[in-house]
Ligand binder design. Sequence first.
Ligand code: 5GP
Length: 194
Amino acid sequence: MQLLKDKIMKEGNVLPGDVLKVDSFLNHQIDAELMQAVGNEFAEKFADAGITKILTLESSGIAPSVMAALQLKVPVVFARKRKSLTQNSNLYSASVYSYTKQESNEISVSEAHLCSEDTLLIIDDFLANGQAVLGLLEIAEQAGAKTAGIGIVIEKGFQPGGAMLREKGLRVESLAIIESLENLQITFKEAVEQ
Ligand code: 5GP
């Protein structure tokens, strides 16, 4: 997605440890127009997949998910990283190791919001080692829901998450795939074999 790649080139900062900082449009401040375009792109790719709900992870997965949900006309469920005081129902949960924070988080979704009738589109902001997506897949599995595919805003193609998920036969659609952040330079991979 050219608009997204242009924005990454213009505003992305590479931090030591192969981390891309995109706080100006995705992870802190949100460029709503860009997120709308991102959401439209996901909705177009999964238009015929029979999606009933989008499943994401708070907080940075929510904006692109809501934009895609507006087009697909489905609700968004976001997994929480901290248990809410009002969350007194039974929970689906999974443990996720965060690459950027270097810590494990228990993520959870109330059983009230996912069921075996659901066909899910999982959306997240970044795909690196695939731990966040694996946690969401585990929650989907606990609910007995089907996962039709995974939509990623920025995939770090030099880390193993994308290949690991595609090898499992999952459909992974990433709108920008980064080939390398070496020498603090951003280069993109042009296309990916599904
Ligand atoms: P994974 O679980 O695939 O290893 O990492 C995905 C999660 O880690 C995403 O939800 C995102 O929050 C965070 N993440 C991983 N790599 C980066 C990065 O380079 N930049 C930013 N901003 N977040 C990242």
